[in-house]
Design a protein around this ligand. Sequence first.
Ligand code: SAH
Length: 432
Amino acid sequence: MTLTYHIWTIGCQMNEADSRHLASRLESVGCTPAERADEADLLILNTCVVRQQAEDKIYSRLLFTESLKRKKKGLIVALMGCLVGKKETEALRQRFPFIDVFMSPSEISPLLDFIQGAKAPSAEEDLLQDYNLPAPEKGQTIATHVPVVLGCSHACSYCVIPYQRGPEKSRPSEDILEEILRLAQQGVREVTLLGQIVDRYGLDFKNGASLAGLLRQTAAVEGISRVRFLTSHPNWMNDEILEAVLADARICPHFEVPFQAGSDEVLKRMRRGYTLADYQRLIDRIRQKIPHAGISADVIVGFCGETETQYLETVRLVEEIQPDMLRIAKYSSRPQTHAARHLPDDVPEDEKERRRVHLEKVLREQLDKRHRLLAGSIVQILVEALEKEGRWRGRTPQNKVVFCDDERDLLGQLVDVKLEWTQPFSMGGKAV
Ligand code: SAH
């Protein structure tokens, strides 16, 4: 029997990577992909609950899925990812009785066992085991993500990830490097190593393994021309990582270091474990060592008790550090978290939205100004995709999106582009 499958994914790069692993496992047992959900025998929803908005999307998708199941009795429905979490299965089973299989984040075996008629094992090792299998990339994927640290043991007061993804656990480097070698053999040229606090890679092995070491090993894999890593935490990003970036041009000078807030009071309530001055010092240290570094950051507006003055401290920080990208989120209260239990979610929704829109405007204006100065200069991109006929898309080492007008086939190549135009979130020109 060959089953067709369709995976619907929302959420972070970690979820994208989990879906990719699941797809390859399904294909290794003979399943084939279905373009549309209503054409599949096997429908998988890979979920995210980091904010209420994502959770709402899942519920409307579940309604749609239930209606599909009513029409097609044999349809197998699986729910995976952060909505399932580590221990939510029973409540979900009662709430959504039409779902056949539940899988925690990064866990794949239960579905494989279900379709192969075996009973689902629940051993801890399965999680790492699931990642040890080949992960063929479909089509011409040039850049992809590889999880290296699963779970998270930090306890930011707003964040549900540690509850849903379980404690931090590094994957053995042999498994990671084997996966990356396979990806390279399939045409992948850039990998981004993923972890909630990626800088903590290997610390749980207590054998000297580190992110810096893994970055060097990854860059040395034949066929790989670029390596990135995210997300960093200000307390764990260290000089060894900076040295690794400096020493190897294949390791991109691109740092994803969230600050989340620019006010010490707010940072304290967020339980981030650093102060504004700590963060400023870190950015200074990165820029001193690597002047051309790209800095991206996550920030939350409207966190519990955030006053206008405290929000303006965030704005001041953005003006000072001039980030290359910001991911701005409005605070969303998440069940189980310390903030949800102990701090009132007291910034009104329209005020959160005002701060988000305002901060985005600050960022856009900054980037517009800074990117204009780049016009006429030459940047190197790894070409990832054909945007449209005669126009390629890639990113600079600093993670800026660049379009390159060229009639040749440039896919997968490192290309020097002379910039002719710039915008806040992209720029473009011709190959030189
Ligand atoms: N582990 C990474 C990323 C966590 S999730 C880190 O340490 O930052 C990605 C981003 O989602 C976070 O950086 C944060 O900005 C945002 N986020 C997490 N929980 C949130 C919540 N409850 N409300 C709004 N944004 C949230």
